[in-house]
Design a protein around this ligand. Sequence first.
Ligand code: PNS
Length: 351
Amino acid sequence: MRIIAGSARGARLVPVPDGVRPTSDRVREAVFNSLGQFFDGGEVLDLYAGTGALGIEALSRGYERATFIEKNGRATRVIRENLARAQLSDRGEVLRGDVAEVLDRLVLEERKFHLIFADPPYKMPPREIGGVLERLAALLASGGRIVVESGDPPPMRTTESLKGATRRYGGTLITFLERSKHTMKLAICPGSFDPITVGHLDIIHRVASIYDHVVVAVGKNVKKGPKLTAEERARLIEKVTGHLENVSVEIIDGLLVEFARERGAKVVVKGLRAGSDFESEFQQAQLNRMLYPEFETVFIMAAAEHSYLSSSAVREIASYGGNVRGLVPEEIQDIVQRLYVDGQAPTSDRG
Ligand code: PNS
């Protein structure tokens, strides 16, 4: 076992005492290939440290200080010996004790670490690992990372403040965690919705399953002179999306890009039916991008069974007293029939 890179490159480490599972050189190399090769200062915490190889490798590659926690008395002596062999004794501190207890003490001292290695025994119960991860979340410096080595995926649900990705190296799982930044992915679904159809609702459902939150934005002054006011159209949408927790309905009284900017949204999602929708959508997307360069227009293909459906068809059928069953959501069918019945049949549009 040798230090792979940095100031102590090539230093041979004392082997791990019996009963302590070492992190293989191959896994250690893979971990640093993901974390980065060299570093410019920062504090490292190495739990269940074993030989201390991970923490010492981090010191060798530029971290300023490392704190090792290890319960096994012989292992603590091995870590000290290995720090000495790497000529890094002055930058390492070895704390002997139960990991959870030592972590509680560090939390009380308000210590912060930029890189934390946790290599808990593979047989440790998930609840206990979850408890350790919660403490680690409190010890993580801003922008810091936690690397967990395990046999099974670590119990992520107990640590909602952390997010990460797991990779497999042979029989070892390595999970890289960082503090979740709580950046909600917001999508805007704009339209005239005069009235909302089952095709619109299908698109809204699908967008809501991809994004954290969806704002259905009802255009107030749409060119085609809507039959209902924006408030009335919005109310119909609220009636049929009430069960979707991450969907809200608002009215756009101005430019879509300004509406999006005010809400910090960078994505607009639109449903696309046959080729004929493309021309006008393409133009709108280009214009919106000119006005707000970070703004992306995402298209979702309409379901085949909705390809014939449009608000204008609904308006036309309803205006002659025809039955719009199956074309608009059931909860609003009666009200749509009533509101649109006596109007003049609209001229063609795609809404
Ligand atoms: O149902 P529609 O006709 O596709 O919806 C059109 C809507 C409301 C999305 C569009 O008219 C719109 O974005 N209106 C807001 C005003 C605006 O930003 N216009 C410039 C678009 S290039």
